[in-house]
Structures are given as structure tokens and as C-alpha cells.
Design a protein around this ligand. Structure first.
Ligand code: EPZ
Length: 424
């Protein structure tokens, strides 16, 4: 049985919505629990498909994982398996983040290549180069990343690009290496700060979280902890774009507006009134049709690539012409083909897209190709005449907890429809 959403156009979103823990943090925090024998507790976990998938990955190397509402209890045994090749590995990108902890604790790992959104080539060369610098060998064999070391030692590591995943994997190996590791051109995302905070609570010695230079003083061992996941800035921004596109009035809580400064500034340029409540949330009101704005995706604190589909969707109904530049993933403009089905006037040329706003989009059947593209199509459907069918919504369920319920509570009309396979 597959599912699609019937999205009725013409909605104006009004009300309050709470954002819970960040997908792109909780999954790595779960992997970090491998670094310490005993029970680690993670609270404010989002109820999304990727969390139970990551739990299966941890169970496959010997952990006991109990998911209880928004809390994950992960019990890591003294004896862990170094082989992580459960089928769940191929369903999400974050599964590769068990590589660092396994090499850190066991000095060896065989980790199946990850799955996740098809938005570009997504190689692992920086992960492997970092582990090699720490003293490990690393190859790709039989669909797995294999890494082994007699011992790990501190090193000076330069990243070619501030990769989130590579920073996290190298960090989680370096915390148990002998000596000092410096990761330069490290990722600066709030999710990196969150994992550094949890690792420090576990006894790690890390300086520079949130800057492009991370210094790690290796320690003998780490201990379990209890940690609350930061609010999901990508989900928070999705609600902000939803308010701007539907000329709505939303109060978004549970997310730190400091993590969204550039996004909210862009929406102000589009004509939105934005008020922030220190560290707790923001209110966004869009009184008139949005004005066109240009967007350039970059690593944090730049405009997040995960928000690019929303930039395209907003531009498709804005007054004027927008230029959107994608600098992180070479295949993330696939979304635009689906927007054109909805009557968007959009064209791409290499990593640039030009979008001329139209008064109204027109409903059609469209297909989600990844998490953010799927959510972007739902928001576009809210701005179209008629009923837009969004297919392959499992992508959306991977990253957005209770998306349809929240939208309907705020004034949308969306049905989740189960469909016989031959119709899908
Ligand atoms: C994380 O992916 C997020 N996923 C992505 O969110 C997000 O788009 C991305 O960071 C950038 O912000 C998770 O946290 C699970 P990267 P990650 O390593 O870690 C290249 C979503 O929608 N690269 O920072 O895989 C890579 O190809 C998802 O929630 C190499 O070339 O991203 C990409 O072009 C989608 N070699 C760029 O760097 C490497 O070894 C950034 O990748 C590693 C990365």
C-alpha cells in the first residue's frame, strides 16, 4: 500500500506550532552513545521514520534501544560488534555516523555504505581521509567502508569542504585517540555544537564548537549521559516559509531563532513581519503577496541547502523574479521539474535557477524525490487552485513529525490517502 496527500489549495495558515528535536542532530547523538558503555538517554526526540531506523542500526551492533515517546534509551554493551550492515543502513545517510564511534572504541569498523536523499553524489572521501590521518587504514570493499587501526593518535586535519558528516565522524573517533586533534575548516552547524555539547557531557575534551576550528584532546574513556536534542531549525524554517507563502500568521516555538537569522532576514526582505522571542521561537506574519528575493545556499551560517526547495516554492508565487544558487548539492534542482508541473515559471542553468513568480499555481499530481522536496511540494500545493496529489510521501515522514496534522490544525485541508500499488 502506498500513500499520497491530497492538498487542497487556497489555505492561509494561522496559529501556533511547536518544533521538536532536530533530525540532523538526534541521529548523530544516537550514534555517539556507542562511545560509552551503559545507558545514554536522549530527550526531545522527533517522532520521524529515521529514528527507529537508526535504532535498528544500533541494535545491529549489539545495543539495546528503547524508544519511549520523545525519549530514546540506548544501552551500549561492553562488547560491541564492529560490523554495521543491517538493511536499515541503506535507508538513511546518518547511518554512516556509526563509523567514527566504532573506530574510536574498537579500532575497527565495517560499515555498509549509507542511503538517504538522492540529491548528489555524496562521497565519503573526507570521512576516510580524516580517519587515515588519525592512524587508521580505510577502504571501500563489498559495499562497505572498512577501517582499522592498531591505535589512534591526534592529528592536524584539514577538510576540503566544511562537511557535516565528516566533521562528526572524525570528532567521534578523535575523542578517544591519544593526543590532540585539530579539525580545520570544520562544519559550524548548530547540530555540530549539539553533538560537541553531548560528547563533553560524556567526558570528552573539545574546544571551538561552532567555529571552523575544533580542537579535541583525546581521553581514555567516556561515560553515558542524558541529553536534550536542540530544536529542528530546518523544520522551524519550513513553517516560516509556509506562513510567507500562504500570507499567514504563525508563531513557531521550540526552535532557537538565532539558528535561523539569515532565513528570517530573507523573509523580511520578502515582506514578512518577523518577531523573535529570545532562544525560544518567533512569530511571522505575511500581510501581502511576497516580494521576490535571491537565495544562495552555503554551509552554516549561510542559507541552508535543505531550505532550497522552500526558496524555490516561495519564489514561484512571489512578485518578481528570483535567482537561486545551489552550492552544496549538484542534483538538488530535480525538485524544479515537479514545480513546473504545478505551473511554476522556473528554469535551471547549472547550479543556478531563475524563478518568475506567478499569481497562482495550478494543481497536478507530483512526486516527492526527497524529504525537503516533498515538504516543498505540499507548501506549493497550498498555493495552487484545486487539489494537488503529492506522491511518495514516505520521504516527508522521514523528516517531519505530524506534518499533516499540524498543517490541518493551522487551517490547511490535507488528506493522507492510502492507495493500491498499481495506482501509485
Ligand atoms: C548533512 O548531510 C545533512 N544530513 C543534510 O540534510 C544536509 O543537506 C547536509 O548535512 C548539509 O548541510 C544529515 O545530517 C543526516 P555534508 P551530510 O557531508 O553530512 C560533499 C536533509 O534534508 N562531501 O556536509 O551528508 C557532499 O557530497 C539532509 O535533512 C564530499 O564531497 O552533508 C556535499 O556536496 C539532506 N566528501 C557536501 O560535501 C565527503 O566525504 C556537503 O556534505 C563528505 C561530503
Amino acid at each position: 500500500m502506498s500513500e499520497h496527500f491530497d492538498v487542497h489549495g487556497g489555505a492561509r495558515l494561522v496559529g501556533e506550532v511547536e518544533v521538536v528535536g532536530a533530525k540532523n542532530s538526534v541521529l548523530k547523538l544516537m550514534a555517539a552513545a556507542l562511545l560509552a558503555e551503559g545507558t545514554t538517554t536522549i530527550t526531545n526526540c522527533p517522532q520521524i521514520l529515521d529514528v527507529p531506523l537508526m535504532a535498528d542500526v544500533l541494535r545491529s551492533v549489539g545495543c539495546e534501544v528503547k524508544l519511549d515517546g520523545d525519549t530514546a534509551h540506548i544501552t551500549t554493551p561492553s562488547e560491541l560488534s564492529h560490523r554495521a550492515d543491517s538493511p536499515a543502513m541503506g535507508k538513511l545517510r546518518a547511518s554512516v555516523c556509526v563509523l567514527g564511534p566504532l573506530v574510536g572504541r574498537l579500532k575497527k569498523a565495517v560499515v555498509a555504505l549509507p542511503g538517504g536523499d538522492a540529491i548528489g553524489s555524496r562521497p565519503l572521501d573526507m570521512h576516510q581521509n580524516g580517519l587515515r590521518k588519525l592512524g587508521a587504514t580505510s577502504t571501500i570493499e563489498h559495499g562497505c567502508v572498512v577501517a582499522e587501526a592498531d591505535g589512534l593518535h591526534g592529528a592536524q586535519i584539514w577538510l576540503d569542504f566544511p562537511s557535516v558528516g565528516a566533521t562528526e565522524n572524525i570528532l567521534m573517533a578523535a575523542v578517544l585517540a591519544e593526543g590532540t586533534t585539530v579539525i580545520d575548516n570544520a562544519a559550524r552547524e548548530p547540530e555540530i555544537v549539539d553533538i560537541c555539547t553531548m560528547l563533553t557531557e560524556m567526558g570528552a575534551k573539545i574546544e571551538g564548537a561552532g567555529t571552523s576550528t575544533l580542537t579535541v584532546q583525546g581521553v581514555e574513556s567516556l561515560h553515558p549521559t542524558e541529553h536534550r536534542v536542540i530544536g529542528d531549525r530546518i523544520v522551524g524554517a519550513t513553517w516560516a516559509f509556509a506562513a510567507a507563502m500562504t500570507r499567514g500568521d504563525l508563531t513557531v516555538t521550540g526552535v532557537n531563532p538565532h539558528h535561523l537569522e539569515l532565513v528570517l532576514e530573507k523573509l523580511r526582505l520578502a515582506g514578512a513581519d518577523v518577531t523573535t522571542f529570545d532562544g525560544k521561537g518567533f512569530r511571522i506574519v505575511q500581510p501581502e503577496r511576497p516580494r521576490s528575493v535571491d537565495f544562495v545556499t552555503l554551509p552554516y551560517p549561510g542559507f541552508a541547502t535543505d531550505l532550497q526547495p522552500f526558496a524555490v516554492a516561495l519564489s514561484s508565487v512571489s512578485e518578481g523574479t528570483s535567482m537561486i544558487t545551489e552550492n552544496v548539492y549538484e542534483a538538488r534542482f530535480r525538485f524544479i521539474e515537479e514545480m513546473v508541473r504545478l505551473g511554476a515559471d522556473a528554469r535551471t542553468d547549472g547550479h543556478h535557477a531563475v524563478v518568475r513568480g506567478v499569481e497562482k499555481l495550478s494543481s497536478a499530481p507530483v512526486w516527492a524525490s526527497d524529504i525537503r522536496a516533498g515538504a516543498g511540494l505540499v507548501l506549493a500545493g497550498l498555493c495552487a487552485d484545486g487539489v494537488t496529489e503529492v506522491w511518495d510521501v514516505f520521504h516527508i515522514d522521514r523528516g517531519y513529525p505530524h506534518f499533516v496534522e499540524n498543517l490541518n490544525r493551522l487551517g490547511a485541508r490535507i488528506e493522507r490517502v492510502a492507495t493500491e500499488p498499481e495506482r501509485a
